[in-house]
Design a protein around this ligand. Structure first.
Ligand code: BGC
Length: 352
């Protein structure tokens, strides 16, 4: 995308008030061609404006217009997710011989950090600036025992916009006791436009993942890292999201795609490109890079009654694999005192 010289603007306004009287702010960051709005509630990205092939900007992130809807919602629109993105079977895990019980909020499992995870907390936000980049720094301290997780976890997340249309997310955390950390970002994208009414099934995806983690009826991995060859999960050569979406028992369990892919590059010190989405209607493209070993592709299968229909957006949640704490063969999500959790993901926009 062409570099645009536009003044960097960061501003803050009142968005709403929680039942306990806490005020929630909406921050607006504009840099180059992108305009991002984020709430102090959940670190939620409420909207992200991106130009199409004619240079016309539109919001491409699904969101709500009132705090009440975010508080009541279970869709995780735009939210920061922690302490554990994705599912932990039966909400239970054992660490150093101690067993911990987490809130069960998704069938028999714990999903996205429990019923009051990072997405339902108020974050401290301040402007971020480095060189030509601009954005927000979000901070939250999760107390020892919060949502059943051990250790006081100090979390910092940077939302960084670059002048060449990248949204970079840098996550960092430290703990005072052994615990779990597996954060992600739950924006639902619709590259045609969040208000377009178009389903994302026509978006094309090319994804560098030769394996995925098949799941049981409750969407918990079976433990197998199965080849995508000959399955609907083979996006290596590029195909429409909806192309094979009705084609297997795996997809029936999830009402569409709601699966973790094992990225061929594995864990990397710096973000490496893993995927590219293209939308023929708007000409927008989204290239995703990450340090993480996995990504959950969720095609908005359970959206309904939220003001958006099934398939109105897709989430692309870079992360470690689901239920890792109960799967010693999966890359570890344990964080110990003295270590710093660090991961980064970049959503880079363009046109074709
Ligand atoms: C999960 C879905 C879940 C959704 C909640 C996704 O990350 O994989 O199963 O329904 O979040 O909106």
């Amino acid at each position: 995308m062409k570099k645009m010289r536009r003044t960097v603007i960061i501003s803050k306004a009142h968005f709403g008030t929680l039942a306990d009287g806490t005020g929630v702010d909406v921050w607006t960051v504009s840099c180059g061609p992108l305009v991002l709005k984020a709430l102090s509630y959940g670190g939620t990205v409420q909207s992200l404006e991106v130009p199409d092939r004619h240079g016309r900007s539109a919001n491409i992130a699904l969101g709500y217009d009132s705090i009440e809807r975010y508080v009541a919602g279970t869709t995780y629109f735009g939210a920061l997710i922690g302490r554990y993105g994705n599912r932990i079977a039966d909400g239970r895990f054992t660490l150093d011989g101690m067993t911990y019980q987490l809130p069960v909020n998704n069938g028999p499992n714990s999903l996205h950090g429990g019923d009051r995870g990072f997405d339902k907390r108020v974050w401290d936000i301040e402007p971020y600036a480095k060189g030509e980049d601009t954005g927000l720094t979000l901070r939250y301290v999760s107390e020892d025992g919060e949502q059943g997780y051990p250790g006081r976890l100090t979390v910092k997340v940077d939302y960084i916009l670059t002048r060449d249309a990248q949204w970079r997310i840098d996550y960092a955390a430290t703990t005072d006791k052994p615990t779990l950390a597996n954060f992600t970002q739950h924006t639902y994208f619709n590259l045609t436009g969040a208000a377009s009414g178009a389903a994302v099934h026509d978006h094309e995806l090319r994804l560098a993942a030769s394996r995925y983690t098949p799941v049981d009826a409750d969407l918990i991995p079976t433990g197998e890292l199965a080849p995508v060859d000959g399955t609907p999960f083979d996006f290596r050569a590029g195909k429409a999201l909806g192309h094979d979406i009705r084609d297997s028992q795996q997809l029936l369990n999830a009402h569409g795609i709601d699966h973790n892919f094992v990225l061929d590059k594995g864990i990397t010190a710096a973000p490496e490109p893993i995927a590219r989405f293209t939308d023929g209607t708007s000409g927008r493209t989204l290239t995703v890079s990450t340090t993480e070993p996995g990504v959950q592709l969720y095609t908005g299968n359970f959206l309904d009654g939220s003001g958006y229909r099934q398939g109105a957006g897709f989430a692309f949640e870079t992360q470690h694999f689901p239920d890792s704490p109960n799967r010693p063969a999966f890359p570890s999500t344990v964080l110990r005192p003295g270590q710093t959790y660090r991961t980064s993901t970049v959503y880079a926009f363009g046109v074709f």
